[in-house]
Design a protein around this ligand. Structure first.
Ligand code: HEM
Length: 271
């Protein structure tokens, strides 16, 4: 959800309207900081009704506004639910959130604008607080998670020339990257050396074990893939930056999808 630090909602698209942060072009932890800034006094308001657009909320599904501030920011229920336990029951015994309408009957802590129940904190609050404190930590975690989202079990990834993706518009200053971009490598191109995140574990002469071996990213975890006999081997000279076949227990349709080269016919999962 931290990606909501950039961009905005459009009334003609989703039916919601507004930005989550002041600078919607800066990718940072501002989304988390705004969420827990009690001076925002987040309050729920109806979103603009766009009944002409099939994708919008014709019934005006509500969004949140920083009513204690200038009202210039917005949050969705999905955003607020990172800090507020909307599913908990209020003093009337009903859940705070009405799932049919999106109406939430409690408010985030320190809400003083009108009498209302204060919601319990959601379990994820501590993570929101950590990211709001630690921008670098958030950026690093996001980069790791996003890389996983776009590469996991994607076969046949190709090396790309990042220059081709630079914004060529003259009115936008394109920053020069300070570090080398992460390059995705196909299985046919081994890395030269073991990198901390590289997959260097391979099966010894046992095709059906390869799936188990490939999940390991360190010698210790490679060695730990065990019975019935030790079949996985740490091979730094064959490290890969990304895995392009499916590991054990991942859904599959054919043998070729699996690192183990075996898609079980009963469970339809890689062995
Ligand atoms: C429960 C999860 C999520 C919900 C309900 C949700 C909902 C929405 C909605 C309603 C919009 C406004 C669309 C519009 O009106 O144009 C939006 C925009 C956006 N979302 Fe999410 N989102 C979720 C998760 C995510 C995740 C996981 C990411 C990325 C990692 C993401 C990235 C974005 C971005 C960048 C925009 C701005 C798009 C723009 O500026 O046009 N969202 N989201």
């Amino acid at each position: 959800m931290g990606a909501h630090t950039v961009g905005r909602a459009h009334s003609a698209a989703s039916g919601f309207d507004g930005k989550w942060t002041r600078d919607s072009f800066a990718f940072n932890n501002a989304f988390y900081a705004e969420l827990i800034d009690t001076s925002n006094e987040w309050d729920q308001i109806p979103s603009p009704t766009q009944s002409a657009n099939a994708n919008s909320n014709a019934n005006g599904f509500p969004q949140w506004s920083n009513a204690g501030g200038d009202g210039g920011l917005m949050m969705l229920n999905a955003d607020m639910s990172l800090v507020m336990a909307m599913e908990h029951r209020g003093s009337d015994g009903r859940p705070h959130i009405d799932e049919a309408t999106g109406e939430v009957r409690c408010r985030w802590r320190d809400f003083t604008l009108r009498a209302t129940e204060i919601c319990d904190a959601e379990d994820s609050l501590s993570i929101v607080e950590e990211y709001a404190r630690d921008n670098q930590g958030f950026l690093e975690d996001f980069a790791g998670a996003w890389t996983k989202v776009v590469t996991l079990n994607q076969r046949d990834l190709h090396r790309v020339d990042v220059a081709a993706f630079r914004d060529a518009r003259v009115d936008i200053a394109v920053p020069t990257p300070t570090s080398s971009p992460t390059v995705l490598i196909r299985l046919t191109e081994p890395l030269n050396s073991a990198e901390p995140s590289a997959l260097c574990c391979a099966a010894k002469r046992a095709p059906n074990w390869n799936g188990r071996c490939w999940g390991a990213t360190s010698k210790a975890t490679c060695d730990a893939v065990q019975p019935p006999t030790k079949r996985c081997e740490w091979r730094p000279s064959e490290c890969r930056a990304t895995q392009t076949c499916s590991l054990r227990d991942v859904d599959c349709e054919s043998n070729t999808e699996c690192c183990s080269e075996r898609c079980r016919s009963d469970t339809k999962q890689c062995s």
